[in-house]
Design a protein around this ligand. Structure first.
Ligand code: F3S
Length: 68
């Protein structure tokens, strides 16, 4: 099964934090409330659905999910 990787586009993120609410394991918020992918962005096994959920719920379309 392919691995997923997430990346938050810092130019697009406006700090809505829906990603953090929906997938707290995959995102960290900085002091401005903007999201960053946790670690190197690799999605641990079992959290794939949360990665896609976060992506589709970001109002700024700031989250990229790629399959490796
Ligand atoms: Fe930013 Fe979207 Fe999350 S705007 S804080 S990546 S929901």
């Amino acid at each position: 099964m392919s691995k997923l990787r997430i990346r938050v586009d810092q130019d697009k993120c406006q700090g809505h934090a829906r990603c953090k609410s929906l997938a707290p394991e995959l995102f960290e918020l900085d002091e401005y409330g903007n999201a960053h992918e946790a670690g190197d962005g690799t999605v641990p096994a079992g959290l794939e659905d949360k990665a896609w959920l976060a992506q589709t719920n970001c109002p700024e379309i700031a989250i990229e999910v790629t399959e490796e």
